[in-house]
Design a protein around this ligand. Structure first.
Ligand code: SAM
Length: 243
């Protein structure tokens, strides 16, 4: 059927692509790729010969109108990113927004995403979580970013580059207190590793031995005692105000 298919692709292990994604990529008129060379590897592995074109932050404004015209004319277009689910810290939001505004059907082809893969093995509570993407690179902005998340009663999930991991973990410890966390590295790949610890100890370990590869960080929610402390303060303030 015509429409925009938003297709998840593997985050490392090529075998993690779904049957439905392979079929959709084969049947599509066009595959929009974050990087056509990366997607070429997936296509080669599964015998997919569909034409490919780049779609990323830098050309989105230019290629969008043409893509929407094609979709309105009844084309099947697949959107993929280099790894995982498009739009999750990846390009695609503007395209999905424009497609919906144009009345085009948008179809999800679900599959891997590093955030959910990390959550599924980190051993942190999963009933409530907040995906916060990449923390800002600069120290002051990053501190404000973490401080803004400190009071949230949910597990937090971040993406981080190996070069910034240690300083980010230290900044989290400063903003959140020394909560338990898990660093999920190279999931589904040869050097897959999930390391659990308190934020400060993890920061020290990674400062000493900088990690390699792709990393997702899962931070446990605030301890219930901390949250109760806050509510006691609120109660006290309310009592004062009512006196
Ligand atoms: N759209 C992707 C998704 O759904 O997971 C995320 C794209 S984002 C640009 C790439 C970041 O995701 C990496 O820098 C890393 O933080 C995280 N990531 C991707 N693959 C990973 C893996 N195999 N293991 C751990 N983290 C991964």
């Amino acid at each position: 059927d015509p429409g925009l298919y938003v297709a998840a692709t593997p985050i490392g292990n090529l075998a993690d692509v779904t049957f439905r994604v392979v079929e959709a990529l084969k049947a599509a008129d066009l595959i929009l790729c974050e990087d056509t060379r990366r997607t070429a590897k997936l296509c080669a592995a599964y015998g997919i010969e569909t034409p490919r074109a780049p779609y990323h932050e830098h050309n989105a404004a230019r290629v969008l109108p043409g893509v929407i015209e094609k979709l309105k004319a009844g084309a099947r277009v697949c959107l993929v990113s280099d790894a995982g689910t498009p739009l999750i810290s990846d390009p695609g939001y503007r395209l999905v927004r424009a497609a919906r505004d144009a009345g085009v059907t948008v179809i999800p082809l679900p599959g891997p995403s590093a955030a959910v893969a990390a959550l599924s093995v980190a051993g942190a509570p999963t009933d409530r979580f907040l995906f916060a993407g990449f923390p800002p690179a600069k120290a002051a902005a990053r501190r404000r970013f973490f401080e803004g998340l400190a009071a949230i009663d949910a597990t937090l999930v971040f993406y981080e580059s190996p070069a910034r991991l240690a300083e980010s973990l230290a900044a989290m410890a400063a903003a959140f207190g020394d909560r338990p966390a898990a660093v999920a590295r190279e999931l589904t790949k040869l050097h897959e590793e999930v390391r659990e610890g308190r934020l400060a100890a993890l920061a020290a370990d990674y400062a000493e031995a900088p990690p390699k590869g792709e990393i997702a960080v899962v931070v446990h929610p605030p301890a219930q005692a901390e949250l109760r402390d806050d509510s006691v303060d609120v109660d006290a303030l309310l009592c004062e105000a009512l006196e």
